[in-house]
Design a protein around this ligand. Sequence first.
Ligand code: NAP
Length: 297
Amino acid sequence: MQNKILLIGANGQVAWELLPCLQTLGDVVVASRNSTNYIDLAKADSIRAIIRKLQPNIIVNAAAYTAVDQAEQETELAAAINGTAPGILAEEAKRIQALLIHYSTDYVFNGNNTTAYTETDPVDPLGVYGTTKLAGEQAIQAVAGKYLIFRTAWVYGLHGKNFLLTMQRLAKQRDELKIVADQIGAPTWSRLIAEATAQVIAQIKSPLYEIETISGIYNLTCGGTTNWYEFAKAILASSNTNLLPINTADYPTPAKRPAYSVLSNQKLINTFGIQLPDWNQSLSVCLNGEILNDSKE
Ligand SMILES: NC(=O)c1ccc[n+]([C@@H]2O[C@H](COP(=O)([O-])OP(=O)(O)OC[C@H]3O[C@@H](n4cnc5c(N)ncnc54)[C@H](OP(=O)(O)O)[C@@H]3O)[C@@H](O)[C@H]2O)c1
């Protein structure tokens, strides 16, 4: 049977990269607030209506309320989109035996770890965004259909709002930038999230996997670790802008961020044999279309 894939979130960083990847796996229908296939994750009726109309066998939800600081003010809206909507998606998916693929975040953790978080580590979000994303995970799990939740982190790419594009823009405007150096994580290229998602779907189609047995949460980030200051240095390696490392305390934001956000990808590797490259290799491919190799043969 040809896949019929419903992709929610046309214009987001991850959704934008997902579209061409998913199109290699079947017919893809995109739904968003601005498309003829209208969906507003804050409106339960619109979620149910589009899924009942299209009857996909795979639903990929790359839409979310992602404004981390604004969420501290817009608590109800963030809760509806990130917390309630995933549960409705899961219910509708279960009704038609569809697989739901959803994305979550390192912000479900408090950042007190000193080694990479596994999927079973205790959650303890610090702010509204993380709390609502956690509620979304739990809502999907409570429905207990066929689902995969990919927890990712520090997403960047060449499309959408993200740290890489912000740094490139600011570097053109300013001679000096102060960047937080005491938050640790693994920057993850949106294209690699999309490609890994497509690889997983391709594997699930094979008789190797019973979806029920692999339903669950999987960490999905690039390898290695860094901080925002070092990430900015790598992004702006050929810029003249002076970068200064600062502490989180010197850059107060409405939402608290985890100080340590590194996720272990071992479960993804063990289950699907998929491992994303280190963040610095990925960044260089994203920026230059090539891998910068230190070891000269
Ligand atoms: N960005 C990160 O660093 C990061 C880190 C960890 C996890 N994640 C997770 O990864 C996933 C993808 O994130 P992303 O960075 O690609 O997000 P993004 O670029 O901010 O895009 C989010 C998308 O959601 C759509 N959206 C927002 N509210 C909606 C609503 N009520 N109904 C329908 N669509 C709505 C937006 O539509 P419009 O374009 O119309 O506004 C946008 O296209 C999300 O689940 C996010 O929580 C992201």
